[in-house]
Design a protein around this ligand. Structure first.
Ligand SMILES: C[S@@+](CC[C@H](N)C(=O)[O-])C[C@H]1O[C@@H](n2cnc3c(N)ncnc32)[C@H](O)[C@@H]1O
Length: 266
């Protein structure tokens, strides 16, 4: 398995063997409109991918790496790998910083923050604490290898519905991995102030119908729950086991069911 560049809440590492089998080389393009760390993207033999997310810092990081990963790494290698520096970087001003510095900052915070979470306060400031048990900063050779994958895709900032409905056509493959919907958007969330709500689920349900109408294929992964039953009406469904960390703590793991909803009948 190819490791992704980032740690990401809700990453589908454990589901990869189930997801990979839905993809084949006969598809024209690969779409991933909730790309996050792009676990599946990094594990498929792709030529032409359109990857998007609503998180602007994330999309900036991918694009800056594609433009000049050496500059990003130069910034990264000047950052001191300490808890004190983490907070200085996290909370410092960034008004005059270029895209390469901001990409390095994103990778650094993702490496040392608690559990790879991306969470902001209501004014959009990243506020995840440092974690002593987090990962190690990426080496240049590893970064260079992963950047080669990034060149297979176009990274776009935007809402899932806008990107897919404006670009997807016959013979494309769309993998959808939305956040789990919360009933109230303003509760503490793992993502950002733009957390997924019930209205987004309704938009998602219409979008999969639209993908099917255009002659494209989709796979949508979601926790087995009331909302997945709402999404899966009319479609083929595979239920698989996965392991989730409870409240983000790796030592508190629980086996749960995930549903793969698709218009591919195998
Ligand atoms: C479960 S994560 C995806 C994880 C990904 N499959 C991986 O391997 O890391 C969901 C992603 O959806 C993004 N997101 C939330 N609302 C969105 C929206 N309306 N449109 C596009 N992306 C959105 C979040 O920023 C987050 O990166």
């Amino acid at each position: 398995m190819q490791k992704a560049l980032l740690r990401w809440a809700g990453s589908k590492k454990k589901l990869l063997p189930h997801l990979i089998k839905y993809y084949s080389n006969s598809f024209e393009r690969y779409f991933e409109p909730f790309v996050g760390s792009g676990q599946l993207f990094f594990n498929l033999p792709l030529k032409n991918a359109i990857l998007s997310d609503i998180n602007g810092d994330l999309i900036n990081m991918y694009n800056a790496l594609k433009r000049d990963h050496v500059q990003v790494y130069q910034h990264l290698s000047h950052f001191s790998q300490t808890k004190e520096f983490y907070y200085t970087l996290r909370d410092g001003e960034q008004l005059d910083k270029d895209e390469f510095y901001l990409a390095a900052k994103f990778i650094f915070l993702n490496t040392y923050c608690f559990n790879g979470l991306y969470r902001t306060n209501l004014s959009g400031k990243f506020n995840v604490p440092y974690s002593a048990s987090s990962g190690k900063l990426i080496h240049f050779e590893e970064l260079e290898r992963l950047v080669a994958y990034l060149h297979k895709g176009e990274f776009i900032l935007g809402d899932f519905e806008t990107i897919v409905s404006s670009q997807c056509s016959k013979n494309d493959f769309v993998y959808l991995d939305p956040p789990y919907a919360v009933r109230n958007k303003r509760i503490f969330s793992q993502y950002s102030p733009d957390t997924f709500g019930l209205n987004d689920l309704i938009r998602l349900k219409s979008l999969i119908k639209e993908i099917d109408n255009r002659g494209a294929k989709f796979v949508l992964s979601y926790a087995a729950c009331e909302e997945s039953m709402f999404l899966s009406q009319d479609w083929h469904c595979e239920t698989v086991q996965t392991v989730r960390n409870i409240s983000g703590f790796a030592k508190h793991r629980k086996t749960e069911q995930e549903v793969l909803i698709t218009n591919i009948y195998q």
